[in-house]
Design a protein around this ligand. Structure first.
Ligand code: UD1
Length: 365
């Protein structure tokens, strides 16, 4: 029996570990799979709701590290995770995505000579001012198994000199979860709760420090939303980081009659909102992929993306941070100038099964 511990920390991690957990249940005689939650995200609406929706068990280990500066948060995860590894002596750990918990746990494990698998390896924005880019580079450099979602990831890892035998193109575990929960999402009544009709609203999410920690830019962005909301209602579930910054600069309360601000929304309702949006405006990584899978128009308010396939073949448009361009493109899309797209290779709902099969084979070599 081999013991594997998967790490989750922040909101975008939960939907990536759920399909892995399910896939490992197919190997009851050879794999014991445990989940460690670092507590990087801890609010009910940023964490607990997802365990329920994804039918994940209570985490076997909860490190409770909470918020803090990068160094404090990363260091606290490392200190607490090392204790878990000393006690549990797993045969492998799995980390997903690019958050601080990802790099912290992979670093601890690799120093203890415990193999590390990185799911969603190889993505690069080539922008080292993004904390996630640093996390991605470091995690990939010390991982033993690198599971890649799109072809660009294979090329990036090859250029960085990572041995080919460690790299596996398996598809996208986040899309596994999307496909699995689409029937439930289809039954959501969030649209009637928010009093909007299918196709007749814009969905906005924002949380990148480069967008929301800059007061002037955040203020100008909300002005853009006020302008666009003259065309269509906007639904804007506000991330805690963004909420804090908006309150600090006096943007609390309503922005305009046509902008619905809400708390963070659970996965199933959010998926329903994504599927039926007339347009999405975001700076999230995951939503670029989800909108591509669903063929929904997406404007990404960033100067770069680590997920180029969503732009090359998907419905995503990387518009950058020139806000006049954001407004212009949004109005064009709303007036029918849409971008067509296709679903990337291997985004078929089976990535988790592929990863589990590879790891079972590798661990039993
Ligand atoms: C983190 C990830 C980012 C990911 C995002 C998804 C890193 C470097 N960043 O950013 O890649 O896209 O999660 O949400 O790991 N807060 C709460 N409740 C919570 C969690 C956070 O109120 O449950 C507040 C705290 O004030 C905290 C702030 O949000 O200081 C930011 O949280 P943090 O985990 O530092 O980073 P995110 O911006 O969420």
């Amino acid at each position: 029996m081999k013991k594997i511990i998967s790490v989750v920390g922040a909101r975008p991690n939960f939907m990536k570990v759920a399909p892995l957990h399910r896939a490992f249940q197919q190997y009851p005689d050879s794999i014991e799979h445990k989940i460690c939650h670092t507590g990087q995200h801890y609010d009910e609406k940023m964490s607990k709701i997802f365990f329920d929706e994804f039918e994940l068990p209570e985490p076997h280990f909860y490190l409770g590290v909470g918020s803090g500066s990068h160094a404090v948060q990363t260091a606290n995860v490392m200190i607490e995770f090392e204790k878990v590894l000393f006690a549990e002596k797993p045969d492998l750990i799995i980390v997903v995505g690019d958050v601080n918990s990802t790099v912290a746990c992979s670093l601890v494990a690799s120093k203890l000579h415990i193999p590390v698998a990185h799911v969603e390896a190889g993505l690069r924005s080539f922008d080292r001012t993004m904390p996630e880019e640093i996390n991605r580079l470091l995690t990939d450099a010390i991982s033993d198994y690198l599971f890649v979602t799109e072809k660009s990831g294979m090329e990036n890892l090859a250029k960085e000199g990572i041995d080919k035998s460690k790299i596996f193109f398996v598809g996208n575990v986040m899309i596994d979860t999307l496909i699995q929960l689409l029937p439930k999402a289809d039954a959501s009544n969030i649209l009637s709760t928010l009093q909007v009709d299918k196709g007749d609203y814009i969905l906005v999410t924002l949380h990148r420090p480069s967008n929301v920690d800059n007061d002037d830019f955040l203020r100008k962005l909300t002005d853009v939303f006020k302008t666009i909301s003259g065309e269509k209602k906007i639904i804007f579930p506000v991330h805690p980081r963004t909420r804090g910054n908006m309150e600090r600069i006096g943007l609390n309360g309503q922005l305009s009659e046509n902008i619905i601000l809400s708390d963070p929304i659970g996965y199933i309702d959010f998926l329903h909102l994504t599927k039926h949006a007339g347009l999405i405006i975001t700076d999230s990584g995951g939503i670029q992929e989800e909108s591509t899978y669903l063929g929904v128009q997406c404007i990404t308010v960033r100067d770069n993306t680590e997920r180029p396939v969503t732009v090359d073949i998907g419905t995503n448009q990387l518009i950058g941070t020139d806000l006049d361009k954001v407004t212009k493109t949004a109005l064009e899309i709303l007036n029918g100038k849409t971008k067509s797209g296709r679903i990337p290779e291997l985004w078929d709902g089976k990535a988790g099964e592929r990863i589990a099969a590879i790891l079972v084979e590798q661990l039993n070599k």
